[in-house]
Design a binder for this molecule. Structure first.
Ligand SMILES: C=CC1=C(C)c2cc3[nH]c(cc4nc(cc5[nH]c(cc1n2)c(C)c5CCC(=O)O)C(CCC(=O)O)=C4C)c(C)c3C=C
Ligand code: FE2
Length: 430
């Protein structure tokens, strides 16, 4: 498939787009989103223009272009398909062409349109540009968030794409933490795409089509499906529960809290100097596949479960308090309680934006669920965010008896795509 075939808009009379197939039904959904209170968000154009607090109707589209990539501060969608890719080509120009093609396809899919010339209506002799399983589905708040891993800059001592000097200092190789049992086939990666949507079919379709566009240049290294978001960037909405039955995401950074986002999540102009300038407005992502020993947890008393977190199971209130959002009194919790250890007051003010999902990937052959938390955390600098937090949790957390980290990756997340001529990673390759 040539670049033109994969990226150009459908010519008149060719394939109908997903939006066109939705017809007036789709228009009705969009209007519904506006009428339901999303007016301001719908009229703005940046990806950070639909903050987490904005009304987020599940069928609507999240703007793709903006200063920051969507899918970070954006209100958390219900489903995830996360993919990590190995770059298989050695050719820098081929990689750049792929990123341009990806960006065009991502802009279309997040708007609810089919890739390239669409899934139907094209020449009968050629495979269609789009695989088709999202035809007729609304945009479903699809966001596609793109990142680059440490091995894109240097692998086995080789500066593969002339990017070595551009590697940000904050993009470290994560240290080994106590208790880690990492599977290399579920870890690392040169590139990543986080697809979040309210419909799993829309998220899966997006990753599948990006992988297809990249055939011969990239290969999926590992991927993770997620359901049941385990964090919230919308404090006004009901906090979701994780697979352990506890409310998860109560004290997270809200997508509307610009001061906290600037302080803890976005890479600032001052952070990104010289060869790192391309990261201004971006962020750093740590992904950890954390398996839960669900069967052991399910045999643990309610008292012990609550002690492990330092919050009660029903309301999510901190120990000794009544309501979920009451200020915790950390000293009332056990010294090993997860919340006491992870709270900013125990860590010199460190905060991260959590955006993880539950997973259940069948059973492990020993009759145990392969289930847990696919932990995703965004931060301004991994060295001052995830690393010190995880060092402390790995050493002291009572939760460790019930979990094990089995996959790990870290990615630099470039700033947002500014407009139709911009593309994922443009400033990195400039
Ligand atoms: C290194 C960072 C963290 C890892 C890894 C982690 C794993 C993990 N967490 C839960 C469940 C909960 N976590 C909660 C709070 C919480 N967790 C972290 C960090 C990590 N968690 C932070 C920074 C916080 C916020 C602490 C605070 O400021 O109060 C909670 C309580 C509710 C909430 O605020 O979200 C739960 C529940 C699991 C199950 C897990 C690994 C599987
Ligand atoms: Fe946690």
């Amino acid at each position: 498939m040539s670049q033109d075939e994969t990226t150009t808009d459908a010519p008149a009379g060719r394939a109908p787009s997903r939006r066109a197939l939705l017809g007036w039904g789709g228009a009705g959904l969009a209007l519904g989103a506006v009428a339901a209170g999303g007016t301001a968000a719908a009229l703005r154009t940046g990806s950070d223009a639909q903050p987490a607090g904005a009304d987020a109707t599940s069928g609507s589209a999240v703007p793709f272009h903006g200063r920051h990539q969507a899918g970070i501060a954006t209100a958390v969608q219900d489903r995830l398909h996360f993919a990590s890719f190995d770059v298989t080509t050695d050719d820098r120009d081929e990689l750049i062409a792929l990123l341009k093609d990806w960006t065009k396809a991502a802009a279309r899919m997040t708007a609810g349109d089919a890739v390239g010339g669409g899934a139907v209506g094209g020449p009968a002799e050629a495979p269609p540009d789009d695989t088709g399983e999202a035809l007729g589905l609304p945009p479903s708040r699809l966001t596609l968030t793109f990142g680059v891993g440490p091995t894109l800059f240097e692998k086995d001592g080789k500066d593969r794409f002339g990017l070595k000097k551009r590697r940000p200092e904050a993009l470290i190789d994560l240290p080994k933490f106590s208790g880690d049992n990492l599977d290399s086939t579920r870890s690392g990666g040169d590139l990543c795409v986080q697809a979040c949507a309210d419909d799993p079919q829309v998220a899966v379709h997006a990753i599948r089509n990006l992988a297809r566009i990249g055939f011969g240049k990239i290969a999926i290294r590992w991927s993770q499906l997620g359901f049941g978001k385990t964090s919230s960037t919308t404090p006004d909405a009901q906090t979701p529960r994780n697979m352990m039955g506890f409310k998860d995401g109560t004290h997270n950074i809200a997508g509307t809290d610009n001061a906290a986002l600037d302080q803890h999540v976005w890479v600032g102009e001052k952070d990104a100097k010289g060869d790192e300038r391309w990261m201004a407005g971006g962020s750093y992502l740590v992904a950890r596949r954390i398996r839960m020993h669900i069967e052991t947890w399910d045999r643990t008393s309610l008292k012990e479960q609550e002690d492990v977190f330092g919050r009660d199971k029903a309301e999510g209130a901190p120990v000794g308090r009544k309501h979920e959002r009451d200020t915790p009194h950390l000293k009332s919790m056990l010294p090993t309680a997860h919340v006491r250890l992870a709270h900013p007051d125990s860590n010199g003010g460190v905060r991260i934006l959590r955006r993880g999902y539950s997973f259940t990937d069948g059973t492990d052959g020993l009759g145990r669920l392969d289930a847990g938390l696919f932990f995703l955390a965004y931060q301004r600098d991994v060295r001052h965010g995830f690393v010190p937090l995880q060092q402390k949790l790995a050493a002291n957390d009572a939760l460790n008896e019930y979990i094990q980290h089995v996959g790990s990756a870290v990615f630099a997340i470039p700033p947002g795509v500014r407009g139709a001529d911009d593309w994922w990673g443009r400033e990195l390759f400039a």
